[in-house]
Design a binder for this molecule. Sequence first.
Ligand code: AMP
Length: 531
Amino acid sequence: MQGQMMDYQLTLPTLLRRSETYFGANEIVTRLPDKSFHRYTYADSCRRARALAVALQALGLERGDRVATLCWNHYQHHEAYLGIPCGGFVLHTLNLRLHPNDLAYIATHAGDRAVIVDQSLTPLLDLFVDRTKIEHVIVVEDGYEQLLSGVDPDAWRDPELDENEAAAMCYTSGTTGMPKGVLYSHRSTMLHTLGVAAGNPMGLGISERDAILPVVPMFHANAWGYPYLATMLGAKLVYPGPHLDPESLLDAFERERVTWTAGVPTIWMGILALIDAEPDRWDLSRLKGMLVGGSAAPRSMIAGFKQRHGLNVVHGWGMTETSPVASTAQLIGDLQEADEDTQFDYIAMQGVPLPLVELRHRDVDGNILPWDGESMGELEIRGPWVAGGYYDTPEQADRWTSDGWFKTGDVVSLHPRGYIQIKDRSKDVIKSGGEWISSVELENALMAHPAVAEAAVIAVPDPKWDERPLAAIVLREGATATADELRAFLAPDFAKWWLPERFEFVAEIPKTSVGKFKKTELREMFSGIPA
Ligand code: AMP
């Protein structure tokens, strides 16, 4: 027997109407390049998003056409996040930190017909636009305003999209192989937004009363869904523009009374160092929590924020392919009453999945592994906001299992309570004498040493053991530590054969376009030198 409920389509115009109707007076604030603040309301933003939808149609774009953005985090980018999909087009966020050759490939592969670009990024666009099929270049500080002023926002009509039509696309920032496009649907975006709201971490909750500052760039995996989440809830949004240094961010947190923020660990390491040095300079009493993800948040950093500053780090895990938020480190059951050390152990893991997301891990022979906190295997995931394929990349079909799970490429163990613990990307795991060593665990432990600012551990070839770990270390300013001291620091917590023989002291760890350790580059730097 069939149920008799409406076949209501989950599409983004619903969010647009909701925020305009109920939260129109609430604020969206942007820090401009000159560091002043631009302020307007959700009502203004939605009106301009509708105008954008109408204007793109007037340019001759058709349903399903891809419209790229090459922008920092600001209110016009927010308008594009809503206006493009609500016009029936597909928002394609381009990563402004990529090489022009990669951008040429990505924009061509996606078939972008138009691009909205910050004035300051037009020199970058000029380096690749001729190699793409982009017909319309719309400069934010220039043509964009003209485009919007030339149309009537009230001419916008909900295109009555099918919920499975594409709303947005994003290419993975993978460090190997060609970038691959993930095509989010209206349905997956709406469900992800609801899922993130429902899975509000650790009872901190996010609501209309919050002020959210997404540090995560809007060109990285939907800005982790914050533009849509804030729009759905009517929460105040604070966009940092291009000002992502710790000092500017702390200043914005204080001035705009930010309660919730999100970004990759390298950002928070910088912020922690600054507030450790000057603990009384900023009033962060309103900050309820910060979502940290994209790479592993070191336990020492999580504990440092909480113990020295009373600030909550919420650790999250996800991928471009998972929209991206798939799990958050909540304290479930009796862990809420556990001692602080135990709580930090769990929060430093990658958490439990959001509602509607399911996980398992399997060994190289395909056997499903037990959730014993020990057995390491590849994490597989399924759920309504997990990619079911890559855009026009049939050769990657083997990333999905025959029974419908996505193979993440992350090597994990799953704990009896269900917590994920990421040990490595499968290509980063160190295989020594037939056994696996987790680079992430060694890095986390090293970053707890007071002299260490950053640590990245990579595999280097070894004639006897196949591979051995090498630790690249950035020391804190003015601090000293020797390889022997660091090895002795690790020794109590690890098996002897896990300890790196080699430590390399470097000025900085190379980073990817979204701020993760770039291990391929480290391997190129060090793999040639014999141990
Ligand atoms: P991206 O698609 O660029 O967001 O990269 C996704 C990958 O980042 C995942 O497959 C993980 O390897 C890594 N990652 C994301 N969040 C975390 C986390 N909290 N801890 C460890 N690794 C993470």
